[in-house]
Design a protein around this ligand. Structure first.
Ligand code: BTN
Length: 265
């Protein structure tokens, strides 16, 4: 469906809005599996996503009509497998930049690609790739933002936050989506132009808890570490006892900022 609500070159120029779906990522994946041709930049948005998926097989819960849940189809066939993390960077920066316009400097990117406001999660990103040889074939970018939901279930209420809870007013969900698509497209063009150093520098500058002491858990052990950056392949660099360690996503769990949250130079 052609439309003109997106002021972009390609992201959202094919736009499908669904009243209700299990998961916008799954919906996109099914279209691609059925080999139906789909233009790069296709956006699928759902008013009600009733079986949303998050990272690490978690669920993504979102009250119908109150939040933003959508997926973007990209074909980054210019990107090598070793540059995979730059997709996370590109999308995180796109979402972060728009939310920062609404909420200011307290919006941060929690490695690898959660969007945080202070110490609570405002949004999440689920990137699913299919690979052919050493290049990317299809990439599905799923984005969920807590927008107008005013209360979360008990198990989420101390971890999640919405734009409405911060701003005390409703935010236009469609405008938020089209702005995010526009800014992701901007960073995606930087990625295509191989501006990798700039993308990495912009991403690291917005990292949650950068140079601040946090509590982490690995193999059941809790330790204090200071986030110092991210490697090109997307591992988190943490200074632990004056040594730099690198960790994969599944290897380590962030628990919370250290009490008093000191900045460590
Ligand atoms: C996470 O933080 O764990 C990632 C959450 C990603 C949620 C979005 S909502 C739209 C898209 N469809 C899904 O099923 N998941 C993503």
């Amino acid at each position: 469906m052609q439309n003109n609500i997106f002021s972009t070159l390609f992201i959202g120029q094919n736009y499908i809005k669904l009243t209700s779906v299990d998961s916008t990522n799954t919906y996109l994946k099914n279209i691609l599996t059925n080999s139906e041709p789909l233009p790069e930049g296709t956006v699928i948005m759902a008013e009600n996503q009733f079986s949303g998926r998050g990272q690490l097989q978690n669920k993504w819960l979102s009250k119908p009509g109150e939040n933003l849940t959508f997926s973007v189809y990209l074909k980054p066939n210019f990107l090598t497998i070793t540059q995979q993390f730059y997709l996370n960077i590109t999308v995180s920066l796109g979402v972060w930049e728009v939310l920062e316009r609404y909420l200011g400097a307290d919006v941060k990117i929690k490695w690898p690609n959660d969007i945080y406001y202070k110490d609570k999660k405002l949004g999440g990103i689920l990137i699913e790739n299919s690979i052919q040889g050493s290049l990317f074939k299809n990439t599905i970018i799923g984005i969920g933002i807590n927008v107008n939901q005013q209360a979360f279930d008990a198990e989420l209420s101390d971890k999640a936050i919405s734009l409405n809870q911060i701003l005390h007013k409703n935010v236009d969900i469609n405008a938020l989506m089209t702005d995010i698509c526009q800014v992701i497209e901007k960073y995606y063009f930087q990625l295509k132009a191989q501006k990798l150093e700039k993308l990495m520098a912009d991403y690291q500058a917005q990292l949650y808890q950068l140079h601040q002491a946090s509590l982490f858990e690995k193999d059941g052990e809790v330790f204090v570490g200071v986030v110092r950056g991210v490697t090109n392949s997307g591992q988190l660099q943490i200074e632990v006892n004056h040594h730099m360690e690198t960790y994969n996503f599944k290897e380590i769990k962030f628990i919370k900022p250290e009490p008093n949250n000191p900045i460590i130079t």
